[in-house]
Design a protein around this ligand. Structure first.
Ligand code: NAG
Ligand code: NAG
Ligand code: ZN
Length: 440
């Protein structure tokens, strides 16, 4: 299941801007044709708004990639669409992209005892019973992050991996209170994160903004301190969020904090309805006035809420493999996610804490496709929703990306019609069941 990814970056030499491309090993004739269509769209995208098209060089980045891919059993056209479609990622915690190798390295160079004796021991520990269990392990990992370089390298490693999932726009969450309480100054971690955002924009043409998440399990005063310290960095922090333990910590406790953040010009999002009830989703909507919901999957338990979300088009950033690993709707997850995807709500797909859950964005789309039986058109709607729901994309680019996604989907569908349904037979069978019961 572990594949090495090869990402190529197209550089427009007149602008120095690169566009990442995921390339499949040994492409067949059909996939070459699709790659050609795709590259044409990409080059058009990369030179958009520039005076001169310049010439294009191809640089390869060989990447050791621990991401699990769930491509077995997915029709070829859909698999290619998932790999090549440009994507936005709206729900990913930078601290959650700390791979065990990096955790060990940072622990050593910072003179901190590593949370695990080895990389293997770390991965073995990532077998979660629920959100609470995950959070304990997650915060233990955060303790190795100390210096500006740590945060820079952490974020760069995420952006490099995101590029292999063809992420071209990322709105990345971070937890200031965690680092402040570990004795790291705000400007230290924010400086590293912002430097990485600028370098990622240069190297992989990913546009980046940050979402500052308040921790609902920590005192309100520490959230207020974080909000004050964030002000000099407002140009890079597009929104505030709310994360950590959900149960017994109602969003209403954070209403005045969110009001203040809104008055300062921040957009608002909140983790609700991951483990918590629909009541918490109502509170996030009515008392925190959120622009998006992180997870929100438990809206399924309240038809009136479903209808309200459908009418208002408030986006949900769902994280399929996170739900799988944290046993959300345990035993019924596929069925529930299927209901949500097919409900018509504004749903987006995301990776959450990718290093802990074993899969980055493309892997989440692959798993979801098999789990709920997506076709190319439905996958394309989810990808386009990511751009529609983004906080910090200029309107023109949003429209262009939605258009590009639609054209790619049409090209993939045309291939299916021309070339038959090759690959669909794979959807059935034992590999499917094996993949869906991951650590099951
Ligand atoms: C994960 O933990 C469960 C018990 O909670 C255990 O039954 C299972 O074997 C573990 N899986 C792995 C891969 O260690
Ligand atoms: C959402 O709205 C669409 C279009 O109005 C409708 O077809 C769909 O059934 C609605 N879904 C829910 C859950 O209300
Ligand atoms: Zn999250």
């Amino acid at each position: 299941m572990y594949k090495k990814g090869i990402a190529a970056v197209l550089y427009n030499t007149s602008t120095g801007r690169g566009v990442p491309v995921y390339m499949m090993p040994a492409p067949s004739e059909r996939s070459s044709r699709m790659l050609l269509i795709f590259l044409t769209l990409l080059v058009a995208h990369s030179v958009f708004g520039q005076q001169s098209s310049g010439s294009v060089n191809v640089h390869n980045i060989l990447q050791q990639d621990s991401t699990t891919h769930y491509e077995d059993g997915i029709p070829n056209s859909l698999r290619r669409f998932i790999r090549w479609a440009p994507k936005a990622e709206l729900h990913v915690h930078v601290e959650g992209t700390l791979e065990p190798e990096m955790m060990m390295r940072f622990a050593e160079r910072n003179g901190i005892p590593p949370p695990y004796p080895s990389v293997q021991a770390a991965r073995a520990a990532y077998n979660f019973t629920d959100l609470e269990h995950f959070l304990q392990i997650f915060y233990a990992g955060c303790a190795v992050l100390r210096t500006r370089d740590d945060f820079y390298e952490l974020a760069m490693a995420y952006f490099r991996r995101a590029a292999t999932s063809r992420v071209i726009h990322a709105e990345v969450s971070f937890d200031p209170q965690t680092h402040l309480s570990n004795g790291v100054e705000f400007d230290t971690f924010m400086g590293g994160l912002v430097d990485a955002a600028m370098d990622a924009e240069e190297q992989w043409a990913i546009t980046v903004s940050y979402i500052m998440c308040f921790r609902r399990d920590m005192p309100l005063e520490s959230a207020e301190v974080a909000l004050r310290l964030a002000l000099p960095w407002r140009h890079r922090i597009v929104a505030v969020g709310l994360d950590s333990s959900e149960l017994r910590r109602p969003p209403r406790d954070f209403a005045s904090l969110f009001d203040r953040a809104a008055a300062l010009g921040f957009k608002r999002t909140a983790h609700v309805g991951e483990e918590g009830s629909p009541e918490y989703i109502w509170q996030a909507l009515q008392l925190l006035h959120v622009d998006r919901l992180d997870h929100g999957t438990h809206c399924l338990d309240d038809p009136r809420l479903m209808a309200a979300l459908n009418a208002s088009r408030v986006p949900l950033t769902i994280c399929p493999i996170s739900d799988l690993q944290l046993k959300v709707y345990d035993g019924q997850l596929q069925e529930r996610l299927g209901q949500l995807i097919h409900s018509g709500l504004m749903v987006t797909v995301n990776s959450d804490a990718a290093a802990y859950f074993g899969s980055y964005l493309a892997g989440n789309y692959e798993w979801l496709s098999t789990a709920v039986g997506l076709d190319v058109r439905q996958a394309a709607r989810l990808v386009a929703n990511g751009f529609q729901a983004a906080f910090s994309l200029p309107e023109g680019q949003r429209r262009r990306m939605v258009d590009t996604v639609r054209q790619l989907a049409e090209a993939a569908e045309a291939e299916d019609k021309a070339g038959g349904k090759q690959g669909e037979a794979d959807v059935e069978g034992s590999s499917r069941r094996r993949l869906l019961t991951l650590r099951g």
